[in-house]
Design a binder for this molecule. Sequence first.
Ligand code: FDA
Length: 410
Amino acid sequence: FNSTDTPKPLVIVTPSRTSHFQATIYRARKHGIQIRTRSGGHDYEGLSYVAKVPFVVVDLVNFRSVDVDAENRVAWVQAGAILGEVYYRIAEKSRTLAFAGGIYHTIGVGGYIRGGGFGLLFRKYGTGGDNVIDTQFIDVNGRILDRKSMGEDMFWAIRGGGGGSFGIVLAWKLILVPVPATVTAFSFSRTLEQNATQLILQWQDIAHQLPNEMNPDVTMFSINSTQDGRKTILPSFSSLFLGTIDELLPIMQQRFPQLGLSRQDCIEMSWIESILYYNQLQNQPLEILLNRTFRTPVGGQYYKIKSDYVKEPISETALNDFKTALSSWLIAESWIGFLRRQHHSRIEPAYANYRDLDIGSNNVGITSYTQASVGGRKYFKNNFDRLVQVKTKIDPENSFKHEQSIPPFL
Ligand code: FDA
């Protein structure tokens, strides 16, 4: 999105007070200019700062205060704050409180919660959106609304119904959740020669039954084999556990002895240190979490992302097909196409925070309900119609729109 022919905004507004938002929305509507709202700027299709029509970017970079009330376990967070700022400010007050946010610390709180938001605490405490109890929001008429004045339907819609469709979130009131003083991370790999395929098959049956204090994960990396140099896959098994190594090991030995998890595979740390660990920033000062332009090794590459929900375990045949595809040196694009062909009939809706224009895109002019529902139903299934109802009520003239925004009924 950073090339010379990428469409640029007419103006970038960086409001420092509420009246700046009101003036911008008023003038943009008057002149028929589209508004793109940017919090952290991590939209996977760049929809918060690229448009094909004349547009203004409203950038919340100056709207990022984080006010933590550790005693009452809540925080008021302005939408332009990044997750790292939230985690850092919570840790300043308490090392045993956390927000159920994502791993990557430069994600904006605004966009993250607009799409739901899952992270390391998802199984224990739900999504980021589940942990919001109030909001400050500005609508197309410049009205400042909170949870009570906007009503429950609207409050539901802005915590998962996708960003950029209803208005601008100025702040969220977050629930802070308890975490133990010591947490444990493990991550280790098994080669195919070490029976990794069988382990993955077993993992699929067992992982979801492990305690909610864990977030079990398997990632398959493509590597060059040390034996013949050809491409092969290296599965990596990992989890964070809300507890100590001594508490974790008996659980794993009882529930999943085949994995052979040992003390050497595990590392203890505090919750805030686990954020550094998963960002590959171990041994860095905590202040690095405040750097919103920092590019970690995790976020430094350019890539396209696709998300599918697999509702039944991936079969051994399909796993072997992965391996064959990779060892045949297929390029990434072919590999993705291959996956879709194999599993298409089982694909469930995509995840709204993993924006993907391939699954559907609105027209540039008038947004048709039929066309918008193609992508919309993949993200939201039957909730799409409820989102359309909220949109019709709050923004009937469709002033807040983009390629995948929720349309009003015309
Ligand atoms: P950005 O500012 O680009 O906004 C995204 C969308 O929300 C746009 O449509 C924008 O207009 C709208 N929006 C933003 N602020 C708004 C506001 N204040 N009011 C109204 N609309 C607003 N997700 C996840 O759930 N778990 C994870 O672990 C990760 N990990 C991850 C890693 C990396 C490297 C990336 C790039 C992304 C993720 N994500 C993720 C996805 C991420 O949650 C998603 O891209 C968010 O929308 C990013 O929010 P930003 O505020 O940074 O984006």
